[in-house]
Design a protein around this ligand. Sequence first.
Ligand code: NAD
Length: 281
Amino acid sequence: MAKIIDGKAVAAQIKEELKERTAQLKEKGIEITLAVIQVGKDAASGVYVGNKKKACAYIGIRSLAYELEEGTTQEELLALIDELNGRKDVNGILVQLPLPAHIEEDKVISAICPEKDVDGFHPQSVGALCIGQAGFVSCTPAGIIQLLKRSGIEIAGKECVVIGRSNIVGKPMSLLMLRENATVTIAHSRTENLKEVAKRADILIVAIGRPKMITREYIKEGAVVIDVGIHRKEDHRLCGDVDYDDVMPVCGAITPVPGGVGPMTIAMLMNNCVESIRLQS
Ligand code: NAD
């Protein structure tokens, strides 16, 4: 029977550790502040922002909420980021994506100063990850590394296949697995013979965005399967990019959806906020 990798439990453990670290910092008179900017009233973004604020409150991080009108111009948003970049009492700046169509996301991400880029999306943060320098790492891939390590799964020397090459998940994930000394293959929508490629993996990380696409034909017996996908089915229940019930009997370990990768993303955002103190000192 495959081991179920419990992301909820690992995320809770990380949050407890961070709570302790923020308390110790407070004793030294250091308070951490995260500025969260949301433009418009997208319902899903509202839920994500709410969850981030709740996590901050739990851990002991001060959060500043900027809820801007849908019609906010790019210049106004950039001016706010510029002001927050300059504020000594703000350690992290997060702009909730997606932004309304009239605002260029790339310009906004690049405007956040890299020392406060707790999402790890700034080109400098991505470059630093690529060449092994200090910097913030995108939260979902960083969370997956923690899930693997804290579940006792060895990475060094293993064959890892990452399916998906997005800037937020697939690419940084591949770089992190490389940093952990895995032998990494990146597969994507143009990969030929995906099943054979995926079957090489001791660790298969799936970030495709297609519900239940990965079935047992893609899995080497005993492989560790990490499912990044999140989809809401017609019956309102969540599922991933992996067909969990089909894959379960052949894999060695698997992350469920919900309760696998999802909870790790916010935990790692909180970790980046706490780490910002070190990067800024
Ligand atoms: P994306 O759409 O930006 O990228 C998808 C990638 O999958 C692309 O690189 C594409 O080449 C590849 N792909 C698409 N169809 C394919 C196919 N048929 N065969 C092989 N490769 C294919 O998506 P993303 O932002 O990387 O997100 C992926 C999934 O992860 C989504 O379901 C998203 O909701 C979820 N996600 C979850 C979290 C979390 O916290 N758990 C965070 C981010 C994204």
